[in-house]
Design a protein around this ligand. Sequence first.
Ligand SMILES: [Zn+2]
Ligand SMILES: [Zn+2]
Length: 176
Amino acid sequence: MEKKELTALTKTIACELKNIGIPISDDIEDIVVNTRAKARFGACKIKKNRLGKKTYLIEISSEVLGCETKELSSIIAHELIHTCKGCFNHGNKWKIFTDNANKKLGLKISRTQKYEDMGLERPEEKEHIKYVVKCQGCGTEFPRKRMCNLVKNPEKYKCGKCGDILYLQEDKHHIL
Ligand SMILES: [Zn+2]
Ligand SMILES: [Zn+2]
């Protein structure tokens, strides 16, 4: 989905929400795609422009752009409702509006949306640490995910904290 389509979809959803009486803010500055956020599907941020006027920026994770329209719409609606007065958290007011939207628009907005609910596979969040170089002096660990000069020749490096000698820990295959 391109940004243009995402913007159009957001406008449509905002309109539908307003039509059922949910006062979505008119001061939404932009909706952007976040390619780094994997832990959360969306975010609603408050910004202040140069005149001190409050505007909202909505971020949608690129992870969910491939979802079915209903799932994606629910994520967008979740963030849009945060722009209503007094709805910046997931308090009572936010809850009443989302319940209403779910009932009347057939959405499935929830406080926390899980990958499984979205029909998505959970991405590998934790990468394997293959090597751990350790300081002989202070014990600081320098985990590395792949072979590199530090792993190959730890003796050529010194600990950044205490200046002592570094060595490669054998058989230390752990996961962070
Ligand atoms: Zn939220
Ligand atoms: Zn050290």
